[in-house]
Design a protein around this ligand. Sequence first.
Ligand SMILES: NC(=O)c1ccc[n+]([C@@H]2O[C@H](COP(=O)([O-])OP(=O)(O)OC[C@H]3O[C@@H](n4cnc5c(N)ncnc54)[C@H](O)[C@@H]3O)[C@@H](O)[C@H]2O)c1
Length: 416
Amino acid sequence: MANNIEKICVVGLGYIGLPTAALLANRGFQIHGVDVVQSTVDTINAGKIHIVEPELDVFVQSAVNSGRLKADTKPDYADIFIIAVPTPFHEGHVPNVDYVKSATEAISPFVKPGNIVILESTSPVGTTHMVADVLKENGVDTSKVHVAHCPERVLPGRIMLELVQNDRIVGGLTPEATEETAEFYESFVNGTVLRTDAKTAEMAKLTENSFRDVNIAFANELSILCDKFGINVWELIELANRHPRVNILQPGAGVGGHCIAVDPWFIVDAGGKEAKLIRTARERNDYKSEWVIKKIEEKMAELEKTKGSPVTVACMGLAFKPDIDDLRESPALYITQRLAAGHDTIVAIEPNIPLDTDIPQKLKIDNPSFHLMDIFDAIEEADLLVFLVAHKQFRHLDVSDLNFLDFCGVTNKKQR
Ligand SMILES: NC(=O)c1ccc[n+]([C@@H]2O[C@H](COP(=O)([O-])OP(=O)(O)OC[C@H]3O[C@@H](n4cnc5c(N)ncnc54)[C@H](O)[C@@H]3O)[C@@H](O)[C@H]2O)c1
């Protein structure tokens, strides 16, 4: 094993921690996986998985069968500790590093001189230093422990592949920490392992997601301007992108997911007035969802006048991006919920979620006033279709004779 590393303790067994633990176990390391949720621990120890990700089941089953992956609610002694716990935000977009803090406290009694502690969670600048401080407060001699940040940048749906193929950025609190940690990643990553310091590594991950957010905000602003000017934004972007040095992203109903819609706030929170463009982009992307709601309600009012009674609206798509079932921070879900709060004629079509799904349970919300409907029933029954997510099931629908609004370009037709 790399640098005599035999045992690794992975803390947090979610979308990042579990694939990492299973991959490393299959590469011959002894893995002690830790999660605070007992049912997650039990599922993994039974060789099964609690999240949806291609190929992960095969990796976990073989890791558990080989005896090299064991899950527990408590950490254990190891050569390396990897922290992969959530980093959401509190009210008011203030970063919440409480999970990182409690994971660090939990490993402290088991961290020995010579160990490496790696923070993989997407983190505000300075969090790796905080990890070292928490270790120190809990009696660890941090002058003899290597602490580093290595942000994860995998794409859900391709995690098992990208864990190995992607380039990685490693930033330690000391040059030795950077080197030791980088050598460990080089033992299983095929991409290039790039060395820097901890703060730059933290900022690099936040920058990647902010870059996407700012560029989507540009596309979203164009879509609002094009609506005002009577121009088809999809055609406009296609034309402008024929310039050899222009590459405009696609507009949508907002920006969602647990990364792009969240991480830029970590920069804004710390950067204050100096993070003006990044804050504005975040606000523009959130505003796009409000604008979509306004457009839908205007169209509903217009159709209601002709019909003489309330119109049924089918919200096409609930997920935060095409062809997945993930509803975290989803603008489409937000728009549907907002519409359903004011109208009892809203139905939702989400081909990636089974029709008999218990929506309140899945969404952890009380009694939403919309229900799931099949695509073709919706086309038959709804007075207005509003396309919110460009799922592949919507791509070839012939809606030319129907009332529809397309906020994600899936019908790719001119509409005013
Ligand atoms: N999912 C992605 O695609 C992705 C991509 C890049 C980076 N990230 C980042 O990776 C980090 C983890 O994200 P995720 O998607 O794996 O989250 P997740 O919610 O899927 O998993 C986190 C796990 O940590 C567990 N946990 C929470 N506190 C704990 C503690 N103190 N000790 C042990 N376990 C604890 C939770 O029970 C959960 O199972 C976040 O910072 C996220 O932003 C995620």
